[in-house]
Design a protein around this ligand. Structure first.
Ligand code: ACM
Length: 749
């Protein structure tokens, strides 16, 4: 029976009462000043300033509606006439566009800024200091400039639609953390969201889908809500957003997806598809075979769309998508096959390149540049394209080596639609696991990239895909905590997670107090449970800032506090919590069900993918079952295209009655059950005898459970081979890619 939280809390109070343990307090490090992202140079004077009210004069040319917003509700900041001011600024273009120097002196504050942008960043830093450090302000000089010139956040408004006022909130948040690029994902299979006057059916038809999938894509059978869903931004609204962003020095990059993710457009204009049929906007998620056909009607349509888009977005970049375009429709189309032959193209991948290059030429002819997802490398990169590397870092490496600008946005660190917590009550997310800490540690430039090519990595971006993000409150939950961490990864040249956490907590409280639904999992315990270190398992925690761990068990409710690793030798339910100051973090209950493999030695033939390593190979024999909802946590091991084969050495001849296995299956996310499961035993670890083999492995649900009866066989060594499914077949999502195999606990009794 799991421990009751209320008991746990009572016990904690009691524990403090009797033990008089010193409590670890949270202090703001003076050097931090409450500013996120951390400025690059802070030099303190040895006194505090005597300023009690910031009186800022903003000249006519620098006036911005953003400043009214930024200063509103802060009683300690007043906008005044020049002669009353105690905050002064001057422009010094030699500093560089985004750079600033902020001097707080005894009686006044002086800013030097490279431009209006640098001035905005200086004022944001000042506002944050007032809000998160407070008075008295220290005498200090801050010299600041960003690490990367591209600092982006993306928002998918196609899967779910967000009002202009929501988008403005997003832009305000971005500005507060010095992001300078908003990537607005405006079209996809599930909805076309931007008004194009020449093509009214995009608004009438393409902006709506007839219903939406309920729950997770992996939950079978699929269920739908039966409710028509949609919406679009009028061109007036688009201009309003553009102006709002511009006032915050945020560049807006509209994305018009092509040639794939085009179902909503095809539902409005079916003649742009390769087949004569009725198309419908998608009602579920994923990748769809129906894509734009590279015929003249399509190019005319897309060029017309681009014409309207560039009048609305007078900035440098247009994102043309390019990702996840299945080639099935093109393979079946006589027209496409003729086009391939006529243009002496090798295959459909070169046809994709032909498509993108042709659109790039058009965009370039209008004085604009394209950005595309990393698939645009396939079949040859369009000459002037900037690449967004999302399927890992490889696309980014390749593009940089071809001297193309790159924006890094790998799924492993930058996809804020992934889970951010291992808690069982998290809202449904697409999958994966990307914590604030992981985002914080992200380095956009891959270490393997040659020095001479590093300049092509112009920055990074967080992507907020909204299949499972229905309302703006969900955007806040999924994006805002991690966005704070990412801002520092993209701005600050030196960073330290332990110093970041207290600042982050203050910012997190700030948003919470404003009614924002920001998540906070920084003090969530992430146990590292390892077996193979003698009897039982060891549990370790990495807790920032010297907190203690307190735990009780079901059988013994007396709390124990420790900073050491915890050894667990009997099956029981443990409840752990971090103590920071007098506050207790969210308790975490873990059921330890130790079994014969827990005390044994496990050797894997090959390690899991570094993307899904669990807590090392012993995660699959550590007596703890992985989540039923997600595969990205500490208990599941993920193998990309490779098998999970291993040997368990019990140290002595041992009776084996049964083996219980769990595998994850979400084919839509490329996760397949093994093709074959085999069990062997051996007395010497050399000669093995087959005891069980099956190729009939099925499951209607995400978790496939198998129970194998070994009828009390006696053996010292047990070998298991779980054979990866292999390549994903044609017609399935991820076709042609390696399948993932996810393995949970191998329970031996
Ligand atoms: C993407 O996530 N399909 C770019």
């Amino acid at each position: 029976m799991p421990l009751k939280l209320s008991n746990f809390k009572l016990n904690i109070v009691f524990f403090f009462f009797i033990s008089l343990m010193p409590i670890v307090g949270q202090t703001i490090k003076k050097g931090d000043l409450g500013i996120i992202p951390l400025p690059n140079k802070i030099v303190f004077g040895d006194q505090n300033a005597e300023i009690e009210l910031l009186k800022i004069y903003i000249g006519e040319t620098e006036k911005s509606s953003f400043y009214t917003h930024l200063f509103s509700g802060i009683p300690k900041i007043k906008v005044v006439d020049r002669k009353e001011a105690n905050v002064f600024y001057a422009f010094k273009p030699s500093l560089g566009n985004e750079n600033y120097i902020l001097n707080i002196e005894k009686d006044d504050i002086r800013i030097e800024a490279g431009s209006n942008v640098g001035l905005q960043y200086a004022l944001i830093s000042l506002v944050q200091m007032v809000q998160h450090h407070g008075f008295p302000l220290p005498i200090v000089t801050i010299e600041d400039s960003p690490k990367f010139r591209y600092r982006g956040m993306h928002l998918d408004v196609a899967r779910h639609f967000f009002s202009t006022s929501d988008v403005k909130k997003y832009l305000d948040y971005m500005a507060y953390y010095k992001y300078n690029n908003f990537h607005w994902h405006l079209t996809d299979d599930q909805g076309w969201r931007i008004e194009i006057k020449k093509y009214p059916k995009l608004q009438e038809v393409g902006a709506y889908r007839k219903e939406t999938l309920i729950g997770h894509y992996g939950d079978q059978p699929h269920k739908f809500d039966g409710i028509k869903y949609g919406g679009f931004y009028t061109q007036e609204e688009v201009k309003e957003i553009f102006d709002y962003a511009t006032a915050r020095n945020i560049n807006v990059i509209p994305e018009i997806e092509m040639p794939g993710h085009a179902l909503a457009a095809l539902s409005a204009y079916p003649e742009l598809g390769c087949e004569e049929k009725v198309y419908e906007a998608a009602t579920k998620w994923g990748v769809f075979e129906d894509v734009f056909c590279p015929n003249e009607k399509t190019f005319t349509f897309l060029e017309d769309v681009i014409d309207e888009v560039i009048t609305l977005f007078p900035s440098k970049y247009i994102h043309i998508g390019g990702d996840e375009c299945p080639k099935d429709a093109w393979k079946k189309s006589e027209f496409c096959q003729k086009l391939i032959r006529k243009n002496k193209l090798k295959d459909e991948h070169e046809l994709q390149s032909y498509f993108i290059t042709r659109m790039e030429k058009y965009v370039n002819s209008k004085g604009k540049q394209i950005i595309g997802w990393d698939e645009i490398l396939e079949g040859g990169l369009a000459p002037n394209a900037t690449v967004m590397s999302w399927r890992g870092i490889e696309g980014g490496l390749e593009a940089a080596r071809q001297n193309h600008d790159v924006i890094m946005t790998p799924g492993s660190h930058c996809y804020f639609d992934h889970y951010q917590s291992e808690g069982s009550d998290e809202p449904i997310a697409i999958g994966g696991y990307t914590s604030v800490e992981k985002v914080y540690h992200w380095e956009p430039i891959p270490t393997e990239l040659e020095e001479s090519k590093r300049k092509y990595i112009i920055g990074g971006q967080a992507n907020v895909w909204t299949e499972y993000i229905h309302k703006f409150k969900d955007v806040e939950y999924m994006a805002f905590a991690r966005g704070i961490a990412m801002s520092e990864a993209l701005w600050s040249k030196e960073k330290k997670y332990a110093d970041f956490v207290p600042r982050y907590e203050i910012h997190n409280d700030y948003w919470k107090n404003k009614g924002v639904n920001i998540a906070n999992h920084v003090y969530e315990l992430k146990p590292k449970i390892s077996a193979g270190e003698g009897k039982g398992v060891s549990v370790r925690f990495d807790i920032p800032n010297g907190s203690n761990i307190v735990y009780t068990t079901d059988k013994d409710q007396k709390p124990v506090a420790t900073k050491e690793k915890i050894k667990i030798t009997t099956s029981d339910t443990y409840s752990f919590a971090a103590l920071k100051g007098e506050k207790m973090g969210q308790p975490k209950s873990i059921i330890f069900d130790l079994h014969k493999a827990t005390n044994a030695r496990l050797t894997l033939e090959s390690n899991p993918s570094p993307k899904y390593p669990g807590n090392g190979p012993s995660s699959i024999v550590n007596g703890v079952i992985g989540s039923d909802k997600k595969y990205g946590g500490s208990e599941w091991l993920g193998f990309s295209g490779t098998d999970c084969n291993g040997v368990i050495d019990f140290g002595q001849v041992t009776e084996i009655n049964s083996i219980d296995l769990r595998f994850f299956k979400v084919e839509g996310q490329w996760i397949y059950l093994p093709k074959k499961v085999e069990i062997f035993t051996s007395e010497d670890g050399v000669n093995y005898m087959s005891k069980y083999a099956t190729t009939t492995i099925n499951s209607d649900t995400k978790i496939c459970k198998m129970s194998i009866d070994l009828k009390g066989i006696k053996s010292q060594f047990l070998k298991f081979n779980f054979t990866n499914f292999g390549m994903i077949p044609e017609g399935a999502q991820g076709a042609g890619h390696k399948a993932w195999l996810f393995v949970d606990e191998v329970v031996v009794r």
